[in-house]
Design a protein around this ligand. Structure first.
Ligand code: HEM
Length: 475
């Protein structure tokens, strides 16, 4: 133990080798992390084997460090298994903030997701919301599958020019597998090689080396996710018969030059990041929207009044948002009430630091408890209550977009795109459907129990509700 210039942040007492692994919560971990802050304060540290992890639980600590000192706090943790052996080092989500690739990726993503680019996706979103509405009419209880198809169809067409057909679409299934693999691979404390890096030299047939066989499988499968859609798009583009997409726009640059191997690799990683970052999060949002509308009919009623007044029988346009304060507030409130990524993604600090009289060593993993901020009572009184009016009136509460999309140099590049796409979906669904509680066999309303999955993008687990075409409109 070397002496440190200031004490390390407080935290639960670690065990000798495994640290706090045995205490890590298995369900809705953000809730336990918020409870721990009652004991240890807004910033505390735990350990998993030798690795130090800090959880920031208040808007102030998060804003001071991840935004205020973003030049130091925007790295991602490296791990032997995930980033090195399975080879995810160059993925957009894992790339080091110190790698030149980080800036290149962000610039490229911005080119495909900025306000002007988003206008170009309007027809696609509009066409897909019609498919979504038809699917909801024919099988309303499968609403999550329909949201998945909707998000997948928009993003796969945007990224590769791929047209999704049905819920079991080949590429949608491929991408869904990637989510499962990624969450298995990144579970804390799962791989011994991250604790004892010398194990990477052990051959796969030797005791303790079998993880290498698993690693090869993961590598192959994850590579397929990035490569198969990209190679498909390339083939279409070369044939001359293709739907314009992010990939086609960059594979055929205006100056006519042919991409070299490195440029192609960059494009491949950014196209797949669009899907990985964009599909699951919008599904989580739309599911939470349905849950909120089921539980709070008065908010639904007010929102629908605004939709009927401003949009009436025509299609919603992006520009309508400016004249729909209640809908804008409702979208903010869904983001706050059920943040799609409640713990965000891990950040990592690139040098020794002091904050609030505590020492934060270089390479410490930092998580922002986004959900914790959404429940800070000083900022959001009565935080479990879904109430869009928080953001209206003379003294509005803080806009949750300040924290649900992440921080510093890692801020979500898809935020504006996500908002545009959920705006079209939310207004269209409110204008065409009534969402209410399901009725049990005795004719009583079922109050859904809201529970979230413990994953990076957290989804509300299946719950009963009723989604019906509005009786006052023609289905
Ligand atoms: C409601 C929807 C969304 C939410 C709540 C959300 C939230 C987040 C959060 C919390 C992060 C981590 C930021 C950090 O590390 O501090 C992130 C990163 C990212 N998001 Fe989103 N996101 C959403 C939609 C999208 C969409 C639609 C796309 C693309 C089409 C996208 C692409 C990405 C990418 C590529 C990153 C990685 C950025 C990096 O590591 O540099 N996201 N998002």
């Amino acid at each position: 133990y070397r002496s440190t210039p200031a004490p390390l942040p407080p935290g639960p007492k670690p065990k000798f080798i495994t640290g706090n692994l045995h205490q890590l919560p298995k369900t809705e971990r953000w809730k336990t992390y918020k409870e721990w802050s009652n004991t240890y304060g807004p910033m505390y540290m735990y350990r998993v084997f030798g690795r130090k992890v800090i959880i920031l639980n208040t808007f102030k600590t998060i804003n001071d460090l991840l935004d205020g000192r973003s030049n130091l706090y925007s790295d991602r943790p490296r791990s032997w298994m995930y980033t090195e052996i399975v080879g995810r080092k160059f993925s957009v989500f894992s790339v080091s903030s110190q790698s030149p690739r980080h800036k290149i990726y962000r610039k490229l993503l911005h080119s495909g997701l900025n306000a002007r680019a988003i206008n170009g996706y309007y027809n696609l979103m509009e066409q897909e919301v019609r498919t979504l509405a038809n699917n909801l009419i024919s099988s309303p209880s499968n609403f999550v599958d329909h949201f998945r198809q909707n998000a997948g169809a928009i993003i796969l067409q945007l990224a590769y020019g791929w047209t999704v057909t049905g819920t079991r679409d080949r590429f949608v299934v491929l991408m869904e597998e990637a989510f499962l693999l990624n969450s298995e691979l990144t579970a804390p404390g799962k791989w011994l090689v991250d604790v004892f890096p010398f194990l990477r030299f052990v051959p796969s047939w030797f005791p303790g080396g079998s993880f290498k066989i698993k690693a090869e499988e993961f590598k192959r499968e994850l590579l397929a996710v990035d490569k198969i859609p990209f190679d498909w798009a390339k083939k279409e583009i070369n044939s001359g018969n293709y739907i314009p997409s992010f990939t086609s726009q960059h594979l055929l640059p205006e100056d006519g030059h042919k991409l070299d191997v490195e440029e192609e690799d960059i494009l491949k990683w950014t196209s797949s990041a669009l899907y990985v970052g964009g599909a699951d999060t919008t599904v989580a949002f739309m599911t939470a929207f349905i849950a909120a509308m089921t539980l709070w009919p008065s908010a639904q009623k007010k929102a629908r009044q605004e939709v009927d007044k401003i949009i009436g029988a025509r299609k919603p346009l992006f520009t309508d948002q400016a004249s729909m304060p209640y809908i804008s507030a409702l979208i903010k409130e869904v983001l706050r009430w059920a943040p799609p990524a409640p713990m965000g993604l891990p950040h990592c600090v690139t040098q020794d630091e002091i904050y609030s009289d505590y020492f934060i060593p270089k390479d410490t993993i930092i998580f922002a408890n986004i959900w914790g901020v959404s429940r800070e009572e000083d900022i959001y009184p009565n935080p479990e209550e879904f109430d869009p009016e928080r953001y209206l009136g003379p003294s509005p509460q803080m806009d949750p977009r300040k924290f649900v999309f992440g921080f510093g140099r890692r801020l979500c590049p898809g935020a504006a795109f996500a908002e545009a796409s959920v705006f079209i979906n939310v207004t269209s669904l409110l204008s065409q459907f009534t969402i209410s509680k399901a009725i049990d066999t005795n004719g009583a309303e079922i109050i859904p129990n809201i529970e979230f999955t413990n994953t990076v993008t957290s989804h509300i687990k299946p719950f009963p509700c009723s989604i019906k075409p509005r009786t006052d409109k023609v289905a």
